[in-house]
Design a binder for this molecule. Structure first.
Ligand SMILES: Nc1ncnc2c1ncn2[C@@H]1O[C@H](COP(=O)(O)OS(=O)(=O)O)[C@@H](OP(=O)(O)O)[C@H]1O
Length: 731
């Protein structure tokens, strides 16, 4: 960093009490006793180190707990260590040289050092290497917390639940015997001493009860003898994946069998929690599963690894659908077939690495609420799950100050959404973008049933005319009509989104000659919907977008007239001028109307939001005046953009109707069929003062639009836009 920038940064840090976290990058050249420019601090680079320890007196330690030695070599051979010559420096972590010629009695070397700021007024924590070493990852969290004066601090509370799926399901030879169940109970008791409230959470499929060897069947019995010492949840009766049931009644019947089994065997049925085999039907959502879960089990909470995707695991999140809380579920590295340590991928060393600071350990460090998935087979044979959880919990207690506890799933769900309320709203992704999702998605559903382009509005720009004209095209189809909103589905904005993907797709039934169909959807309110671009992009990332723009002032006036005809009392009580000039102290209903009238016309602002998700090449802007005066040419341009071949010749299908004053569709009898009277309405012209006022109101937005159009490569600026801007300059 050059001197000027460096001084500016230092000044900023001193004035606002902002700390710095630094990393000494490895270099090819080895430095010995080199001074860090401008600091009484010396570094040695490219060292091999071992046996890390922490400075118990350091004020930075919060989540990290000192007192132990992390025995063994630190990963990599290019560590930097620090030697200080000033009281401002205090080591945070040490290690020893990992070299045969290095005397054993030598003092340790500082691998992480704190600068208290006594030298130049800036607090720092410097790391002698990257974050490959697990302990340094913890120290980074603590450094961030310390240097941000506690503002960037994770809570120290961690909740843990361990689900054991497939109870009763396993093949003969992989199931629990009596001694396995005794080990399960003994380990549970030991874990309870470290994690208050801990109980293994058993997910059962009753159909396979007593399907083991004679010895294993006694294991089944022993689980039931100790029914009260565990918590229980329903898996599927026959372990069938719910998305394979097209008929919800069948699904319900199978669920009811498992419930009856539970009642017959004294298994509690009120946990409100269930897990679906292979997470099928939870996400992507199979509505039948949610419905059956509610009816048979009154399920309120479930968990899955699949939302939004299995990997990366750290990005798994939760959502709420039909009042069922879906929580992220974590994998602990054990799968149904990992039952012997010799067969663990990478061997015992790999499992221990995950426990001792690796993936499993970090999962608990980073997630306040952890629901882990294991299977019955992980508790028989080598009992790898017992070893894994007891070890990781002890390791957590040894190296961290985290407070571990456990609670039933319902409580975990409530806590989760208190912590992350913003996650409650789902974001529906495209099942075909994830192979795992496709495997747990109904075979009757296909992504060909999703629209390839969207006409996004805004309202009153001619969207119905465009929709109608597109529907004449033999290769283009729109959605089925909605009973509430007619040709518009209005999915991505408003409440319909919560009805889910199955609901949306029900408007696009699969057709026989799929390949020739360009499915589209037009909902004019999408244009200015705050959440719409994000949601649309999550589901339809490759879709093309069509928008129609015309003078925002004229659009606002048309919208006002439309609202009046639809009987809006406020629009009928106030003139257009009164609406657009309503001040912020006006009654709320009037302000709301004003905003709904004016906001969609801030075109550049809304388009920028779409363009923060979609590429400019995916967006096609239609000039609303051109659509009105020359729809044939407009539609030809649109077909070129959509790359529809062969192009459909609209000239013999659209004709100007002097009576209507608009282009209309030519019927088989060579007559014209025009849009209804609500499109192309008769109303008095806008008052001049209103137009002038709106020109001024939209000036900055229209100027931004010109810039945006130029940036998008548009060679011509629409005439209405020029007029809106020119007149403003003249007045
Ligand atoms: N061919 C044709 N026929 C009828 N109307 C046409 C046509 N082309 C464009 N227009 C203009 O479309 C305006 C209605 O826009 P929308 O269909 O987008 O309105 S809505 O948002 O769906 O209510 C409508 O607005 P008003 O004139 O204010 O009624 C028309 O100006």
């Amino acid at each position: 960093m050059d001197k000027w920038n460096r001084e500016l940064l230092d000044k900023y840090c001193r004035e606002y009490s902002v700390g710095i976290v630094g990393f000494a990058p490895p270099g090819e050249e080895s430095l010995v006793g080199a001074q860090l420019k401008g600091f009484p601090l010396f570094i040695h680079t490219n060292l091999r180190l071992k046996d890390a320890q922490l400075n118990a007196a350091s004020p930075i330690l919060r989540l990290t707990r000192s007192g132990e030695t992390a025995w063994g070599p630190l990963p990599g051979g290019d560590w930097t260590i620090f030697q200080a010559n000033h009281s401002t420096y205090e080591p945070l972590a040490w290690a020893y040289r990992d070299s045969l010629d290095y005397p054993a009695n030598k003092s340790p070397l500082a691998t992480v050092i704190q600068d208290h700021g006594r030298y130049d007024g800036i607090q720092r924590v410097l790391f002698g290497g990257g974050l490959r070493f697990w302990l340094h990852k913890l120290l980074l969290l603590d450094s961030l917390s310390y240097l941000s004066h506690g503002q960037l601090s994770l809570s120290l509370n961690r909740m843990i639940l361990v689900d054991v799926d497939d109870i009763f399901v396993g093949e003969k030879g992989t199931r629990l015997r009596k001694d396995d169940v005794m080990a399960l109970l003994a380990t549970q008791q030991r874990i309870q001493a470290l994690v208050p409230g801990f109980k293994f959470n058993l997910g059962f499929s009753g159909k396979y009860f007593h399907h083991g060897t004679a010895e294993e069947n006694l294991g089944d019995d022993m689980l039931l003898e100790n029914v009260d010492r565990f918590t229980w949840f329903s898996h599927m009766w026959n372990h069938q994946q719910p998305h394979l049931y097209e008929n919800v009644t069948h699904l319900q019947l199978d669920m009811a069998l498992n419930k009856q089994f539970a009642k017959d065997h004294g298994i509690p049925t009120g946990s409100g929690y269930s897990v679906s085999p292979h997470h099928s039907g939870v996400y992507p959502v199979h509505e039948g599963l949610y419905e059956a879960w509610k009816r048979v089990w009154n399920i309120k909470v479930t968990s899955t690894e699949e939302y939004p995707h299995l990997r990366p695991a750290r990005l798994r999140r939760g959502f709420i659908h039909r009042n069922i809380m879906v929580l992220p579920r974590q994998t602990c590295g054990l799968f149904t077939h990992t039952i012997f340590i010799e067969r663990y991928p990478g061997g015992r060393e790999k499992l221990d690495e995950s426990i001792q600071g690796g993936e499993l350990f970090q999962t608990i460090v980073y997630n306040p609420i952890n629901i882990f998935m294991t299977h019955m087979s992980n508790y028989g044979n080598d009992r790898l799950a017992l070893y894994t959880f007891e070890s990781v919990i002890k390791f957590i207690q040894c190296w961290t100050n985290l407070r571990l506890s456990s609670a039933p799933p319902l409580q975990l769900g409530e806590r989760y959404f208190q912590l992350y309320p913003e996650e409650a709203d789902p974001v529906w992704g495209n099942p075909c973008d994830d192979q795992r999702h496709q495997k747990i998605w109904s075979r009757n559903k296909t992504c060909d049933q999703l629209p390839r382009f969207l006409v996004i509005g805004p309202q009153k720009t001619g969207t119905t005319a465009l929709y109608t004209f597109l529907s004449i095209h033999p290769a283009i189809s729109s959605n089925l009509p909605s009973p509430d909103t007619f040709e518009e589905i209005q999915f991505f904005n408003g409440k319909n989104y919560y009805k889910g993907l199955d609901w949306y797709m029900s408007f696009f039934p699969a057709s026989k000659n799929e390949s020739s169909r360009y499915l589209f959807e037009k909902s004019a309110t999408y244009f200015d919907g705050e959440l719409v671009p994000r949601r649309a992009h999550a589901l339809l990332p490759r879709a093309k977008l069509i928008t129609i723009l015309l003078s925002p002032a004229r659009r606002a006036y048309s919208w006002y007239q439309h609202t009046r005809v639809h009987g809006d009392p406020v629009a009928n009580n106030y003139s257009f001028h009164a609406v657009i000039t309503a001040s912020d102290s006006a009654p709320k209903s009037l302000r709301d109307l004003r905003n709904r009238c004016l906001n969609p016309g801030k075109y550049a602002q809304h388009l920028e939001r779409w363009l923060s998700f979609y590429l400019p090449q995916q967006l096609h802007i239609i000039d609303g005046e051109q659509l009105r005066q020359n729809p044939v040419e407009t539609l030809h341009e649109l077909q070129r953009f959509l790359k529809i071949t062969p192009a459909f010749n609209y000239s013999s299908h659209l004709r100007y109707d002097p009576k209507k004053g608009f282009f209309c569709q030519v019927t088989n009898e060579d007559r014209t069929k025009c849009l209804g009277k609500s499109k192309g309405r008769q109303y008095p012209p806008m008052e001049d003062r209103s137009y002038k006022l709106l020109q001024r109101y939209y000036l900055s937005h229209n100027t931004a639009l010109v810039k945006l159009l130029k940036r998008l490569g548009s060679r011509t600026i629409p005439q209405w836009l020029k007029e809106d801007l020119t007149d403003t300059v003249m007045t």
